[in-house]
Design a protein around this ligand. Structure first.
Ligand SMILES: [Zn+2]
Length: 271
């Protein structure tokens, strides 16, 4: 008899990252499967990495790998009037489950807020035209990100699917409540395991069972006990165990809820 591991989803990783290249994506995916991570979503951050994400998802379709395509606010150097059409073309791939990561980053300010907002709005349009949810990156820009997303959600066609996911959510319970009420779900990353991150832990305790997913953001932000090391999708199991203890729920329940939520978000038939 084998003890079945709970099936988990890593909703946000960067399988094409150079940090994960030394042993190759097949080894990274195999370690994820061994840790109970049945599905992985590899995330684009510009047109090149979006193309790479689609390629990895196609090459590893049988391994449960899916892709998102998008240009994040720190990678807008090559963004121009032709970019939305190029993105829409990539978004049409059957392996693509969302547009992202997109959003605003006023911490690094690698592009001006005006340029960031224009690219964000253009990519929200691409997502709506493609009928896809969005993966949102927001850093030190909560007010502008919320204003844009709450307006976008208000004009969305009625759907039972989440409109998108707040990746590596760093806001407080009040902001989480506003996003959930507007039709978004919240993604908890390894940062929730950091002892001093009371704000994320409060959010993790508050979240309704149908309103959150888990992610690694690998190769970045490894959870305890791997903090400071290279992160990889297998480590989403550590975050799941931490969140289960925090919520006072069995690990199996957290795995089942977050996998079902990921399936609704990304349009999979079943987790
Ligand atoms: Zn990311």
């Amino acid at each position: 008899l084998t003890h079945a591991l709970p099936a988990l989803v890593d909703t946000h990783c960067h399988l094409d990252a150079p940090q994960l290249a030394d042993d190759g994506p097949a080894a990274v995916i195999a370690r994820a499967h061994a840790a109970g991570v049945a599905r992985l979503v590899t995330i684009g951050t510009d047109l090149d990495t979006s193309r790479a994400a689609v390629g990895l998802a196609a090459a590893h379709a049988a391994d449960g790998v899916w892709a998102t395509v998008g240009v994040d606010p720190n990678d807008l150097d090559a963004w121009d009037a032709s970019s939305p059409a190029a993105l829409a073309e990539l978004a049409a791939s059957e392996r693509v489950v969302a547009v992202g990561e997109i959003g605003l980053d006023y911490h690094w300010l690698r592009a001006t807020p005006e340029v960031q907002r224009a690219a964000f709005l253009a990519q929200l349009d691409v997502a709506r035209a493609a009928g896809l949810p969005v993966v949102i990156h927001s850093r030190d820009a909560d007010q502008d990100t919320a204003a844009i997303l709450l307006a976008w959600s208000a004009s969305a066609p009625a759907t039972a699917r989440p409109l998108g996911v707040m990746h590596c959510f760093a806001g407080d319970v009040g902001l989480a409540q506003r996003y959930v009420a507007a039709g978004f779900i919240i993604s908890l990353a390894g940062t929730v395991t950091y002892p001093r991150n009371q704000r994320a832990q409060d959010v993790a305790r508050w979240l309704p069972r149908d309103a959150y997913v888990l992610e690694t953001d690998a190769p970045y932000l490894a959870p305890v006990p791997h903090r400071g090391q290279r992160n990889e999708p297998a480590f989403v199991a550590e975050t799941a165990a931490f969140v289960a203890a925090l919520r006072g729920e069995p690990l199996d329940a957290v795995a089942a809820d977050t996998s079902a939520n990921a399936a609704r978000l990304f349009g999979w038939n079943a987790a």
